[in-house]
Write a protein that binds this ligand. Sequence first.
Ligand code: NAD
Length: 353
Amino acid sequence: MKVLVTGSSGLIGSEAVEYYDNQGHTVFGVDNNMRATFFGPKGDTTWNLERLKQATQRFTHYAIDIRDRQRVFELFEQQRFDMIIHCAAQPSHDKARDIPLQDFEVNAVGTVNLLEATRQFCPEAIFIHMSTNKVYGDAPNEVPMVEQETRYDYSRGEDYNGIAEDCRIDRCLHSLFGASKTAADVMAQEYGRYFGLRTGIFRGGCLTGPSHSGVELHGFLNYLVKVALAGNTYTVFGYKGKQVRDNIHSYDVIQAFEAFRQNPRPGEVYNLGGGRENSVSILEAITKLEEITGHPIKWEYQDQNRIGDHICYISDLRKLSSHFPGWGITRSLDDILVELVESEMARHQLVTY
Ligand SMILES: NC(=O)c1ccc[n+]([C@@H]2O[C@H](COP(=O)([O-])OP(=O)(O)OC[C@H]3O[C@@H](n4cnc5c(N)ncnc54)[C@H](O)[C@@H]3O)[C@@H](O)[C@H]2O)c1
């Protein structure tokens, strides 16, 4: 296959590049390193691009901006892809408030550019759209919750498995990022339902893995590990540190894409996170990391939560699992944390924690 990965130097994109290259496919990556523009030098993804060039055999990188419709169309006209994995994005809800126009142009318009290029040049291709649980805005906060010692949790048994795809996506507070991603999510569905394109929409929980250029505004576990190992101070924003996220390793994300490729359902939407087993609150994550590293983590508390932030978000994975019974979580939360610590140490050539 000819596989196009957008956002190929990012967390999910780079995992997709490696996976499909490894499987013997020809992989094209589009990434203009805009993460460095969004987040400064700590968001720079050049290291990951260099790593990919070493680790792959059939990978070609293009520093194209997905907003540049003409260049995107030219690339599609030349290559006629079999699969498109769309991961390029402005990924932070806090950041979007400072750059609303750029955020919308990248997340919404950039996505439509890719969908339309697919329709015109390779309508048979599989199109994976990486969406987010922020399309639900703060609606998941309406689920009745109970405060426990170290986390918030759903209080009713019927909510135990988490938030399903029928949670509403409008009449709630999203952040501008959540709104631009909702526009993209709905367009990707529409190209599936209206035009019959083989689009699959995956609404991510907390996606994580060693290839993230983690920064304070994006990449929760990865950034926490960086702060812990550097001996810096981590800031917890509101909800007493009891807010819960479900974490999924980038490898398991790609396995869900591959399951969809083998059995596509045009326009279908799936929640994709770590589920209840891989859920953790910030307080719990700090404790777990202290156990792994053997060192206390410095953290401070700010009363004000992030606007529109989820209190407890666990992805209900039952739809994904029922459509693709072969798919499942293979990396536990503890596996993920140990791998993040080890890779961060290797990157900085640390010998002890
Ligand atoms: N990481 C998470 O926890 C998470 C959670 C839910 C959803 N998502 C979604 O998953 C997708 C991938 O996220 P990620 O964590 O890999 O993000 P990332 O920031 O690591 O990767 C995105 C990549 O896209 C590139 N990019 C940005 N704007 C671009 C543009 N205009 N043209 C070309 N390239 C551009 C960036 O340079 C970056 O390398 C995004 O759509 C994000 O919204 C991520």
